[in-house]
Design a protein around this ligand. Structure first.
Ligand SMILES: CC(C)(COP(=O)(O)OP(=O)(O)OC[C@H]1O[C@@H](n2cnc3c(N)ncnc32)[C@H](O)[C@@H]1OP(=O)(O)O)[C@@H](O)C(=O)NCCC(=O)NCCS
Length: 147
C-alpha cells in the first residue's frame, strides 16, 4: 500500500491527531488517561507518523532522545484497521533509517508482552527480566543500528 511518513511538529493539529490515536490504541484498552504533564514533556521528542494516500493517519511512534547515540522508541501505535498489514514494520524501519541518518546508533524500548513478537521480528533483542508498567508485563529491548 502506498504511504507517506512524516515528522509531526509538537502542539499542532496533526500532533493532536497522533494523541487521539495513541489514546484509542494504547490507553483506552488499559483504562488509562493522558497525563497533560507527560504530554508537555514531549515538546522536544521526535514524532513520526505514517499516512495512507488520502492522508488518513495509519500509525505513529515517538523517539525520546536519551543521549547523542541512543533513542528510546515509545508510543508505537497502528490504528486497528491497519494492523497486521505490514504498516508497523514499515514505520519502524523508516524510523530506524531516520535514526541512522541523524547519527544515532542504538534504539531501546519497553515492549508490551503482546507486541514482543513484532519487535523480535524487527530485530530487537530482549534485555533482562520482564517487569510491570501501566499494570502489564513489559520487556526491555534494544537494537544496534547499522550492524
Ligand atoms: C504491535 C503493532 C505496532 C504492530 O504493527 P502491525 O502493523 O500490526 O505489524 P506488522 O503487520 O508490521 O507485523 C509484522 C510482524 O510482527 C508480528 N506481529 C505483529 N503483531 C502481532 C501480534 N499482535 N501478535 C503476534 N505477532 C505479531 C508478526 O510476526 C507479523 O508478521 P505476520 O503478520 O507476517 O505474521 C500494532 O499491531 C499495534 O499498534 N498494536 C497495538 C498497540 C501496541 O501493542 N503497541 C506496541 C506497544 S509496546
Amino acid at each position: 500500500m502506498p504511504r507517506m511518513i512524516c515528522q509531526v511538529p509538537f502542539a499542532t493539529p496533526a500532533f493532536d491527531e497522533l494523541l487521539a490515536l495513541r489514546d484509542r490504541i494504547l490507553r483506552k484498552p488499559l483504562k488509562l488517561e493522558f497525563n497533560i504533564i507527560d504530554i508537555e514533556e514531549e515538546f522536544d521528542q521526535v514524532h513520526l507518523a505514517i499516512y495512507d494516500p488520502l492522508c488518513q493517519l495509519m500509525g505513529c511512534l515517538t523517539f525520546h532522545i536519551l543521549d547523542d547515540s541512543v533513542l528510546k522508541m515509545r508510543q508505537v501505535a497502528i490504528d486497528t484497521p491497519f494492523q497486521r498489514k505490514g504498516i508497523g514494520s514499515v514505520l519502524v524501519q523508516e524510523a530506524e533509517n531516520w535514526a541512522l541518518t541523524n547519527g544515532y546508533t542504538q534504539i531501546v524500548l519497553n515492549a508490551r508482552d503482546v507486541s514482543l513478537d513484532f519487535y523480535k521480528k524487527m530485530g530487537y533483542k530482549k534485555v533482562g527480566r520482564p517487569f510491570k508498567e501501566v499494570g502489564i508485563k513489559h520487556y526491555k529491548m534494544e537494537k544496534e543500528l547499522g550492524s
